[in-house]
Design a protein. Structure first.
Length: 361
């Protein structure tokens, strides 16, 4: 039994040391992985300029131990904040003024609506209908004058005794034969009607253009009203724009801090990669150590069984009581059961107890 114990204790002690080394390497790789995560974490930089100061607050996740940005902000410089607040505080009054101008522009809206209505009336007639209306109106205008002229001509003819005289006449021009005075009168009236007809076509076209012009004028009034309203809001917009520019200046420290943190990120990531390489190497170390420990355990069991078989195996010389675990040649399984269940003496019991306490038996 002393030979068995001597054969297996040294390999088992080596396996224990290998396991311990592997566990230590695993602990080191966990620490390296955490350090890599911390090294790769984003780190913005607090900055201060003439226009403001930026602040960043970092925290640690209690579950993972990972750092993170809890809050970020900026504080404008005192005078910049005062100007900004004053601009913003005066803006509501400017907006109220702009709203008041809308009421003053209501006549323009009414005038525009009237022009649209009038233009619709003018455009309700076609140019042909407008021309006929023009001819009729011109003839009504000339009718009293023509009646007076005709009456005067007839009176003179009656007084001179030439009322029944008829001369002239032409089928080519379409003029009727009549008394010279009457002939001249009707010829003049026909020329006037021809001129009126020519003017009527132009009058119809002008009426349509005039109606369209009324719509354009009405639209121009609406455009003017919109421009005036937009112009009324311009002071308020200028105030807000100026306040926004001051706010952007106050935000510069925040942007600069983020940019510097971003610029440092590649170096932090490179360090994290080195940590990750250490993680892989530690994992391989743990794996190889475990493999070696398993090999030593197998070696130990083989030595234990081989030594026991040689020291206590039965044979012809043992006879019925020749073997410690029974006489005769035994199977490997039967030998294992006999070996781990036999009753040792006091010294052997102490050795076996030590082996069992070390999880060997």
């Amino acid at each position: 039994m002393g030979g068995i114990v001597s054969a297996v204790l040294d390999p088992f002690t080596g396996a224990s040391k290998t396991r311990a080394a592997a566990q230590q390497a695993a602990a080191q790789q966990r620490e390296a992985a955490q350090n890599a995560a911390v090294a790769a974490a984003f780190r913005p930089i607090g900055m201060t300029t003439r226009f403001g100061t930026s602040e960043f607050t970092r925290g640690i996740d209690p579950e993972t131990g990972m750092p993170f940005i809890e809050s970020a902000g900026y504080t404008p410089a005192g005078d910049i904040a005062a100007i900004r607040d004053r601009l913003v505080s005066t803006t509501p009054g400017l907006i109220s003024q702009a709203e008041g101008i809308a009421g003053q522009l209501s006549p323009l809206s009414l005038a525009s609506a009237g022009l649209f209505n009038l233009g619709s009336q003018y455009l309700a007639q076609s140019p042909e209908e407008a021309a006929q209306r023009f001819v009729a109106s011109q003839q009504r205008l000339l009718a009293p004058q023509r009646e007076q002229q005709l009456s005067g001509i007839r009176n003179r003819l009656f007084q001179t005794g030439r009322q029944g005289l008829v001369t002239g006449g032409s089928t080519e021009t379409g003029m009727a034969a009549s008394n010279p005075e009457l002939q001249a009168y009707y010829n003049a009236m026909a020329q006037q009607d021809a001129q009126i007809a020519a003017q009527a076509e132009q009058a119809g076209q002008q009426r349509a253009l005039f109606g369209a012009g009324l719509f354009g004028t009405g639209s121009g009034l609406l455009g003017t009203m919109s421009q005036l309203q937009a112009g009324a809001l311009a002071p308020a917009q200028a105030q807000i724009g100026f306040a926004s520019q001051l706010e952007n200046l106050a935000q510069q420290p925040l942007q600069l801090g983020l940019q510097i943190g971003t610029a440092a990120q590649p170096g932090q990531q490179a360090g994290a990669q080195l940590y990750n390489q250490g993680y892989q190497q530690a994992a391989n170390t743990m794996y190889q150590g475990t493999q070696q420990a398993n090999a030593l355990n197998s070696q130990f069991l083989s030595s234990l069984i081989g030594s026991a078989a040689m020291g206590f195996g039965g044979g012809a010389a043992g006879g019925a009581g020749g073997g410690l675990f029974g006489g005769g040649t035994q199977s490997l399984g039967q030998f294992g059961r006999n070996f781990f269940n036999f009753t040792p003496d006091a010294g052997m019991a102490s050795t076996v107890s030590g082996l069992r306490a070390s999880n060997i038996l």
